[in-house]
Design a protein around this ligand. Structure first.
Ligand code: HEC
Length: 159
């Protein structure tokens, strides 16, 4: 228990007591997960975005978990408190941009959202910082940023 060791009152505790605390906390979060479950549904894909394959590959890899109806829900998304945080990000992310319902946006809105994608990626705001260490293949390499940027500026169209 390296972290417990740093807390003075914990250091004196018997190993058995420490384990009891760990188990009680675990059971508590388990119960909270059952009492306050989150919605893991993926609504149907009604009109997916169309973009060049290299753009689609990046969006699918780095953005779809929060900005589409094809979210891959990891096991920890079922366990409180992670479950609450993750479902909130997916809900807000889908509200902001949903690549699975892209065709329901007006052309004006699509162009605006596309521009925003370029800006967010260029500033390193997206994907959200805590998502990347949990999904290493979602990391945006400078080549990926360039691809999204030129697509967002309209330089890359669907062939
Ligand atoms: C872990 C979930 C998550 C991932 C992954 C993610 N986003 Fe987001 N995104 C959000 C959330 C939540 C919001 C709304 C709140 C905010 O702006 O932080 C958002 C907002 C946005 C916005 C609107 C920003 C604004 O302020 O107007 C854009 C554009 C965007 N995301 C693009 C992307 C792109 C492009 C990717 C992939 C490269 C991506 N996001 C990956 C969760 C995510």
């Amino acid at each position: 228990m390296p972290t417990f060791g740093k807390v003075p009152c914990m250091r004196k505790m018997k190993a058995q007591t420490k384990w009891r605390i760990v188990i009680i906390v675990g059971v508590l979060f388990g119960l909270l997960s059952v009492i306050f479950p989150v919605d893991h549904t993926n609504p149907p894909v009604t009109g997916e975005i169309e973009a060049p394959e290299e753009v689609m590959a990046i969006l699918r890899q780095s953005c779809y978990d929060c900005h589409s109806n094809e979210t891959v829900w990891p096991w920890y998304s079922y366990i409180a408190p992670a479950s609450w945080l993750i479902s909130r990000d997916v809900r807000l992310g889908r509200e902001e941009i949903n690549f699975s319902q892209w065709s329901s946006y007006s052309t004006k809105k699509q162009n605006h959202k596309r521009k925003e994608c370029g800006e967010e990626v260029e500033e390193g705001e997206m994907p959200l910082w805590f998502y990347v260490p949990l999904h290493l293949d979602s990391e945006m390499m400078s080549k990926d940023v360039e691809t999204i940027l030129s697509w967002s500026k309209g330089a890359l169209h669907k062939e």
